[in-house]
Design a protein around this ligand. Structure first.
Ligand SMILES: *[C@@H]1O[C@H](CO)[C@@H](O)[C@H](O)[C@H]1NC(C)=O
Length: 281
């Protein structure tokens, strides 16, 4: 070490070395003290630059509120699916309409108008094809149902949130005051026998229960006064919520639906290694 340093200073080939010589002139402990000094300077420099960089990064992230940053946060509360690459699922404040007596189109009596309203939010969308490259990360298992490679391959899948709405729509149809109408028409879930409809309805009820318990809304419902003449307290259901852009998600799922009519060999038949259950799980 000593020799090599000495050699360098003799050559005087760089300003660092020249400086070293200058600083150390006259000291017996020339080498070690200079190098310590330089090391301290270097440490101060590195610490300074680190602080500056961290600060700059903080300012950058803070000011950008970038899609990247938002996505990082949202991945904490939503499972991966390819939708996250295409759709901004960050949260926005939305005020709910919690009216008790004023009915919107989703609340109307059984009929084509209310059916169309529910249809417009994607409750009857067909599956979409998830590319094999996205399957595992999306929680789809390689031993599950696949689309034949002749038709592009991948895995048939549905967006969970739209299934929840499908379920809510079925509960609506099964309400005591709507049931006769939908039962008589025999469409959708009502194509099945009554006991199967019943299983379908309770399946839907329970999946919505689990979803609501999975992500309980921790917002609060205050109360308001109503009735100018004899004020009474009533729960304020018109509250603010943090919501994703439903419309963007719906559109993503709508555009990717598998065609209505598919050939008989659309699905790849179970292969060696594919899992087949003995009964519906
Ligand atoms: C809620 O919806 C009803 C029916 O569409 C409407 O009449 C009412 O004004 C809405 N309430 C609020 C607070 O927006």
């Amino acid at each position: 070490m000593y020799t090599s340093l000495k050699g360098e200073s003799e050559h005087g080939s760089s300003s660092f070395e020249a400086q070293e010589q200058l600083l150390s002139k006259g000291f017996v402990q020339y080498n070690s003290s200079t190098r310590n000094h330089n090391r301290i300077l270097l440490h101060i420099f590195v610490a300074f630059m680190s602080t500056i960089s961290a600060f700059a990064l903080g300012v950058f992230l803070g000011s950008q509120k970038s899609a990247w940053f938002q996505r990082e946060c949202i991945t904490q509360v939503q499972k991966y699916s390819p939708i996250l690459k295409k759709v901004d699922t960050s949260l926005h404040t939305v005020r709910f309409n919690g009216s008790l007596l004023k009915e919107n189109v989703f609340r109307q009596s059984a009929g084509p108008e209310v059916d169309a309203a529910w249809g417009s939010i994607g409750v009857n969308y067909r599956s979409l094809a998830v590319p094999a490259s996205e399957a595992t990360e999306s929680g789809l298992l390689l031993d599950q149902v696949k689309i034949s490679s002749r038709y592009g391959g991948g895995f048939p899948a549905n967006v969970e949130g739209l299934h929840h709405l499908h379920c809510l729509d079925l509960l609506r149809q099964a309400l005591y005051f709507n049931y006769d109408y939908y039962h008589a028409r025999g469409n959708g879930a009502f194509k099945n026998k009554d006991n199967i409809v019943r299983f379908h309805v309770t399946h839907c009820l329970d999946i919505i229960r689990q979803q609501l318990m999975c992500m309980p809304d921790t917002g609060l419902l205050g109360q308001v006064w109503w009735d100018l003449h004899a004020p009474k307290a009533f729960v304020d259901f018109n509250t603010e919520h943090k919501c994703k852009n439903f419309e963007a998600i719906r559109q993503w799922a709508e555009e990717r639906q598998i065609p209505k009519q598919v050939p008989n060999d659309f699905l790849q038949p179970p292969q060696e290694g594919d899992r087949i259950y003995e009964e519906i799980p």
